[in-house]
Design a protein around this ligand. Sequence first.
Ligand code: AMP
Ligand code: ZN
Length: 663
Amino acid sequence: MSIEKKIQELREELRRHNHNYYVLDKPEIEDYVFDQKLKELQQLEAEHPEFYDASSPTLRVGGEVTKNFETVRHEYRMYSLDNSYSREDLEDWEKRIKKMVEGKVEYVCELKYDGASISLTYEDGKLVRAVTRGDGFQGDDVTNNVKTIRSIPLRLKGDYPAKFDIRGEIILPLVGFAEMNAARVEAGEEPYSNPRNTASGSLKLQDSAEVAKRPLDCLLYSIKGENLNFKTQFEGLEKARSWGFKVPEVAQVTASTEETLKFLEHWDEHRHDLPYETDGVVIKVNDLQQQEELGYTAKAPRWAMAYKFKTEQAETVLEKITYQVGRTGAITPVANLTPVQLAGTIVKRASLHNADQIEKLDIREGDSVFVEKGGEIIPKIVGVDFEKRNPKSEPTQYITNCPECDTPLVREEGEAQHYCPNDMGCPPQIIGRIQHFISRKAMDIEGLGGETVALLVNAGLIQNYADLYELKKEQLLPLERMAEKSADNLIKGIEASKAVPFERVLFALGIRYVGETVARKLAKEFRAIDALAEADAQRLTAVDEIGDRIAESVVGFFAEERNRELISRLKDYGLQLELDASVLENQTDKLKGQTFVISGVFEKISRSDLKKRIEDNGGKAAGSISAKTNYLVAGENMGPSKREKAEKLGISIISEDDFLGML
Ligand code: AMP
Ligand code: ZN
């Protein structure tokens, strides 16, 4: 087969798998097989740049950088939608329509997805441009970024028109959003406030490789073009789906406002079961000919109407604003509320984010406030009921000193958060840092929990994580609830932590912005703490994915004499502050999150080596098959009952060659 043909076949195959996985949610092959094929294609393309194709699946990983987003005029204006809030509004709208068009009118009800609107232009079945809505007449060209969104086809199949625009909404599904935030919090960063803003912010990132990492999705709902091969909105949705677009199945044709209201009621109740946020329903006249007769007002089509769901809001009294100090010293204001029922739970606290937020909404203690549940678990305050405000109340004075140690707070330029700079003397910071140090993903010290840390600090036994290694059993015994046995376990756990590998020790140190992944990266790159400590910002940013902010934070950490002292003590106690070279060689996280069961005997590799390779590559080797097992590595003479069980649970059964191929 010629190279060109091979490349084309691989592209075609990967495209199909992408569609199965991201649009249909029905993968047909294992992730690792997909990754292998993608790598193969990447390599062939690198060796043969003459076969470049702007819609190759390899472009999904991003890498193109856009410095300035070019302004592009929309060929078809992107209108806004009129809003309705009641049955009467909808009945009025139906009456107006009936006056303007002849014959029977049918409607299509769709969900109103809450994200960033996008217009995609396709020519000859290829995605040529993606433009944000902008002011409706012109928007920004964000094609490079949009190409990384896996559910958007770069090439279409079926009977698509030669040229058309398709509109949709770029969204961040709730699970992906929560995961992104968990990772940020872990790295000591502020979480994003909601999925919609994060989705639209993502489109304007300069580095498309960053966009590729975000779990964005795109739901499509409208096609614009000449000579389209369908006559109704509903057929258009079906067509778009058949060409490869992700078009939610919930759309429904209704014949009257009566039926439309049923759809509304159903989704008002069930929208929280959806994996993404919606803020209402859009009702459209189904027939395209009738749509044309109805036309547009100055800002919106006459043939469509949005119906906004009532946001789940509750009004209650803000009793007191308190301030929390995190382990990095960041101050978070918290609203303590008179308990109130909201969307099925009782709410007592809400996040106020930062000083700007309080000032913007002019929130004061004693106010009656409106709370809402967004994509976040903690509800937020969206406004104040000013009519109920006590005329004598005064604007909130944000605290100027740390509520825990009274040190004057600082706020760095460009940052929303205030910080307590007294990191060595501020109790929640001292305790928080040690709690982070011992946590499961860091040193994972058995026998020591967060509360015990607080107890040890408050008893004056430790002031920093290095002090842990000086603890004696006799010091622990007088403590509350500390029996002989727990004291022993604690000391043993601390001792055992000396074997924890370097990358986790580095994460445990609690350097701001150095989360698990960054720590692993730095450990691999610098191999020893001394080399890292000597690196300047320039050397650090030369490392893949290390930006200015992380670099500054690392340099700042090692510039502090007392941090260097702590590290030198940790070294003396025997902690791992260098990578173990023998381990380093074969380690990856290729098998991260995967659980394997080994059974039978193997030709090329011993069972214990097999187990080690699984663990070295980030996987888990379990003893018996359960629903959590991903793969059964089957050797010679494997017990038939194991095979049966694996088959019953739908677990992939692979050979040793398959396994080695995964690495
Ligand atoms: P608004 O921004 O409130 O004027 O509402 C109009 C916006 O709703 C459009 O620009 C789209 O981005 C968005 N939208 C979300 N889902 C749909 C849908 N199913 N049909 C039409 N527009 C939608
Ligand atoms: Zn403080």
